[in-house]
Design a binder for this molecule. Structure first.
Ligand SMILES: CC/C=C\C/C=C\C/C=C\C/C=C\C/C=C\C/C=C\CCC(=O)SCCNC(=O)CCNC(=O)[C@H](O)C(C)(C)COP(=O)(O)OP(=O)(O)OC[C@H]1O[C@@H](n2cnc3c(N)ncnc32)[C@H](O)[C@@H]1OP(=O)(O)O
Ligand SMILES: CCCCCCCC/C=C\CCCCCCCC(=O)OC[C@@H](O)COP(=O)(O)O
Length: 375
């Protein structure tokens, strides 16, 4: 292990990264809170400002993935569709097998200039997470309880609000509703069998209602569905802790652009269309596993320097006062103030570790584990 690798895996580096993320993130949350009065005077301006502020947070995740760990993300897609990416609104339908799929998603959003405005149908539990969950509130992210009776009106209303969004956005949908585990897969395939649907090997059976309600409510404002399949080379299953420790991975993403007008409007027809899509996604995964690549050509989607620039700026901004504080604490601080500071830092590290824990599949919810919808 070289010196740089050793340094990247050192806990002190992780604590500094965690501190920069939490301190800058809470500052951004505070700035977002300050934009509240603007919503009454100029809603579109408030939304644009919040996209820029959100970018300050999510691009730190991209900096961590692309620049710190050096993970590579390769895009397989039709070159004819490439110019449209980032220039129109799209619904992204992605498999949900990996703990860092959201980071890879963010990395692609960043490359196409839609990171600040990206949207997702996300479980309500994540709304309470400091920094990210609070940022999402101001970005009008759509939250769901994964209980259709309670979600159907709230989700539709949140989606309708996005129709006049001033920035191009991608709306991410993990139609499987939860991360893939062997147990959840087995149960969902029992459901598939009962419903007379073909079995899937690499995906859980998709939940169709969220997709249908999204297509229904965003029709006219969203132009296409981006059917996306993510996988990692060498059978790797990356973790956020691995990335934080500077481990380099290689992600491959296959994207197919499907015009929205080709998706049926009726609920049953739309559900059948989604089930067929997942059978095709399953075939793409199988092809990747057999051959190590997705169909179609690789298209270069270069990284931009902005996540790194943003990260460095925030680091200087929040590390400088910390340094000044620590020097004065060591030189003039009482034992009590030193103890209070140590306790505060320990609490902040625990919060950061808890946030990382939210990405771990082994700590995931029980949703989809029982052939019913219990979380
Ligand atoms: C060019 C580059 C292109 C792309 C780049 C890629 C990506 C970048 C894009 C954007 C990035 C943006 C942000 C990323 C950042 C962070 C995101 C991180 C993670 C958060 C994600 C989540 O939180 S996932 C969880 C929440 N989301 C969902 O659940 C969505 C899917 N779910 C639904 O749609 C559901 O229908 C629902 C949530 C709306 C309602 O839930 P409910 O449970 O009530 O569902 P249903 O009513 O559908 O369930 C009952 C039906 O399901 C059948 N059933 C029962 N048991 C099972 C089972 N085990 N498996 C499958 N099906 C089951 C049951 O029989 C019912 O069937 P019906 O026929 O009656 O429908
Ligand atoms: C420079 C520092 C950069 C720090 C980088 C960001 C680190 C932030 C730490 C944590 C981010 C947490 C983001 C949570 C979003 C992902 C969570 C997730 O993937 O949810 C799973 C959900 O779909 C389904 O849940 P279940 O499988 O049912 O359970």
């Amino acid at each position: 292990m070289g010196l740089v690798e050793l340094l990247k895996s050192h806990i002190l580096c992780h604590l500094i990264i965690g501190y920069v993320f939490l301190a800058s993130g809470l500052l951004v949350n505070l700035l977002q809170l300050c934009t509240l009065p603007l919503w009454w005077f100029n809603k579109q301006l408030a939304r644009t400002v919040n996209c820029r502020l959100g970018y300050c947070i999510s691009s730190q995740g991209v900096a961590l993935l692309d620049w710190w760990s050096g993970t590579k993300c390769t895009l397989y897609t039709d070159p004819k569709d490439y110019p449209m990416y980032g220039k129109e609104n799209g619904i992204v339908v992605l498999n949900h097998n990996f703990e860092v799929d959201f980071l890879c998603g963010w990395s692609f959003c960043e490359r196409f200039g839609v990171l600040g405005s990206s949207k997702v149908l996300v479980k309500k539990e994540l709304a309470y997470m400091p920094v990210i969950g609070w940022m999402w509130y101001f970005l009008e992210i759509v939250f769901c309880k994964r209980k259709w009776e309670e979600d159907r009106i709230a989700v539709a209303q949140s989606l309708k609000r996005l129709r006049d969004y001033p920035e191009n956005f991608w709306f991410l949908l993990f139609c499987e509703g939860t991360r893939f585990t062997a147990q959840k897969h087995q149960i969902s395939m029992e459901v598939a069998e009962k419903k007379g649907l073909p079995k899937l090997k690499h995906h859980l059976l998709p939940r169709t209602k969220g997709f249908w309600v999204t297509v229904q409510n965003l029709r006219g404002s969203v132009v296409a569905v981006y059917d996306s399949v993510l996988n990692f080379r060498n059978n790797e299953t990356p973790t956020l802790l691995g990335i934080l420790s500077g481990k380099k991975y290689h992600a491959d993403l296959y994207v197919r652009r499907i015009p929205l007008e080709s998706i049926p409007e009726g609920e049953a027809e739309c559900a059948a269309w989604l089930h067929k899509l997942y059978q095709e996604k399953d075939n793409f995964q199988e092809e990747y596993i057999q051959t190590g690549r997705f169909p179609g050509p690789i298209v270069s989607s270069p990284q931009r320097p902005w996540p790194l620039v943003n990260w460095l700026c925030w680091s200087v901004l929040v590390l400088y006062p910390l340094g000044v504080f620590l020097v004065s604490l060591v030189s003039t601080g009482s034992t009590l103030s030193i103890l209070v500071s140590v306790a505060f830092c320990s609490a902040a590290s625990l919060v950061f570790r808890w946030m990382i824990g939210q990405t771990e599949i082994s700590r995931g919810s029980g949703y989809g584990n029982k052939g019913n919808n219990n979380g």
